[in-house]
Structures are given as C-alpha cells and as structure tokens.
Ligand binder design. Sequence first.
Ligand code: FE2
Ligand code: FE2
Length: 128
Amino acid sequence: MTAQTVRHAEIFVGFKPIDDLHREFEEIVNALNDPAEADYGEHLLALHEHMLRHTALEERLMREEHYEHLGPHHREHERFIERLADMRRRFDAGDVDGVRHYAAELMGWFAAHAQAMDAPLAKWLRGH
Ligand SMILES: [Fe+2]
Ligand SMILES: [Fe+2]
C-alpha cells in the first residue's frame, strides 16, 4: 500500500452524509492531481464550490446536535477555504507551480482534518 492510499483510507469516518462528501472531495483532488487533466482553474473552482457545501453541511449538523467543538472545527474550515481562495487567485496570476504544490498536499491536510475533527464529530452524530 502506498502512502497515498493509506491517506485515502483515513478520510472515511463512518457517517454516511459526511463520507459521501469525503468521497466527492477525493474525486476532485484526484482530478486536480491527474497530469492528463490539466485544467487547474476548473478543478480549483469545483473544489471551492464543493468545500463551501461540505463545510456548510458539517457545520449545520454540529449546530443541530449542539456539538461542543463547533468553534475550532469551523475555524479550521475557514482557514482551508481562505487558503483555497488564495490559491485560485495565485493560479489566475499564473502561479502554476504553486497550485501544483498545493494540490499535492491536499490529501495529507484532509486526512489529518478528517481524523482529528470529522471522525470525533461522526462518532458524536452516531450517538445522537
Ligand atoms: Fe469533512
Ligand atoms: Fe470538517
């Protein structure tokens, strides 16, 4: 098993509405990292739209179930979306290497977020 596939196995947290979003995230990031699919602008836009929906759903679940760790989880989502918006601006300004580097690191960040924040949330949701 490669490092990449280990990471991919870490993104599923055992709560279907969240896992469906995580599968969608994985598909977009795979396209972004596929050298045959070179349209970074289109994939970054798809990722941005996806993440706004993804974080909105998780945050709605947290509010509905009065989850106590909403604050830090929300802040990490915000930081991710700000960085993504920044990468879109950099791509528009011609920084293709910056975007390539960013794309290569996305699954690592996402696996860490899924394990540290989405997995405890999923566990809480399963119990409610
Ligand atoms: Fe998530
Ligand atoms: Fe999250």
